[in-house]
Design a protein around this ligand. Structure first.
Ligand code: FAD
Ligand code: FES
Length: 280
């Protein structure tokens, strides 16, 4: 945890530069710091989160969706869920709110350097994984092959659609997209759960790191597949979501076994979780 501001526990005033509708009930918010300091000093890593607070409504942990290589704005992708997120959806350009952070352990970017990386996202799991994906692409020379597998429940629920479509023009990233169902018959790629994409990917498990972010049910099946393909256990990382309050290891709300999701995670190596029954 930590940044260059001095006190990472103190909420900092930010304002909304722009809101970009994504899919139904999901929006991307671009934020700027109100005290004139820059996001460079904020010093976040892909996979970290912030606590977003709105006066009179409360606080909610939200992943940072933008990479530390793009610092014009801090981006968060939010699904309307309850008190805080409803209030956020009522806000517009210029509205004020607070954030504290960045918190938690992010993705192991130094470990990934020089290696092949397989990113597997399900649904809103693409929000934190996008920070890593854009980071890898912005520092493309530092990494070997990059493969993205992304699954959603139907073609109308694809997050960051235009960015994903942009990969069709690049030959330095392999992408495989799936939808669980395609009732309208409009999906041109794979129809089925995200694990079905493994049959189309040419992977070399021994020199690839797999990074996962999605709903708990996805982890169960994806992990099984990765292990059966021969991915070493210490080449698998995953981001976990748990109920959180303080975000800084004080309240115990986010405990998983002897770990706190907010400070030991949210990104964990599989080797730290495999013996904790309730983790996955
Ligand atoms: C590390 C982390 C990163 C997150 N990143 C994002 C993100 O990038 N975008 C995003 O939209 N949301 C994210 N969330 C989830 C978000 O924090 C919750 O949806 C939060 O409850 C929203 O606050 P609220 O006040 O709007 O809803 P609330 O009024 O708190 O509650 C809404 C409903 O969601 C339930 N809930 C609360 N927390 C969670 C949780 N962690 N998982 C599942 N259900 C929960 C509540 O029980 C309630 O039913 C993240 C959570 C964590 C722990
Ligand atoms: S949210 Fe309080 S200890 Fe993790």
């Amino acid at each position: 945890m930590g940044n260059n501001f001095g006190n990472a526990y103190q909420p900092r005033p930010v304002s909304i530069i722009r809101t970009l509708p994504q899919i139904d009930e999901h929006r991307l918010f671009q934020l700027k710091l109100e005290d004139g300091s820059s996001w460079k000093d904020f010093g976040h890593q892909p996979g970290q989160f912030v606590e977003v607070s709105i006066f009179g409504k409360g606080e909610a942990p939200i992943s940072i969706s933008s990479p530390p290589t793009r610092l014009d704005a801090l981006e968060i992708c939010v699904r309307r869920a309850g008190k805080v997120t409803n209030a956020l959806f009522e806000m517009e350009k210029g509205s004020h709110l607070y954030i504290r952070g960045p918190y938690g352990r992010g993705f192991p970017v130094e470990t990934l350097k020089g290696h092949k990386v397989l990113l597997i996202a399900g649904g809103l799991g693409l929000a934190p994984l996008r920070s890593l994906l854009l980071y890898l692409l912005d520092k493309r020379d530092e990494f070997d092959e990059i493969t993205l597998m992304y699954g959603t429940n139907n073609p109308n629920n694809v997050l960051f659609k235009y960015e994903l479509l942009g990969f069709f023009d690049r030959d330095d990233i392999k992408y495989l997209y799936s939808v669980d169902r395609d009732e309208e018959g409009i999906w041109k790629q794979y129809v089925g759960v995200v694990t079905g994409l493994f049959d189309q990917a040419e992977l070399s498990p021994h020199d690839t790191y797999a990074v996962l972010c999605g709903p708990p049910i996805m982890y169960k099946f994806v992990l099984k597949r990765l292990l059966s393909l021969g991915f070493p256990k210490d080449h698998i990382y995953m981001s976990l979501e748990r109920m959180m309050k303080c975000g800084i290891g004080k309240c115990g709300h986010c405990a998983i076994g002897d770990k706190y999701c907010c400070t030991d995670g949210p990104v964990f190596p599989f080797t730290e979780l495999e013996k904790i029954k309730e983790a996955i």
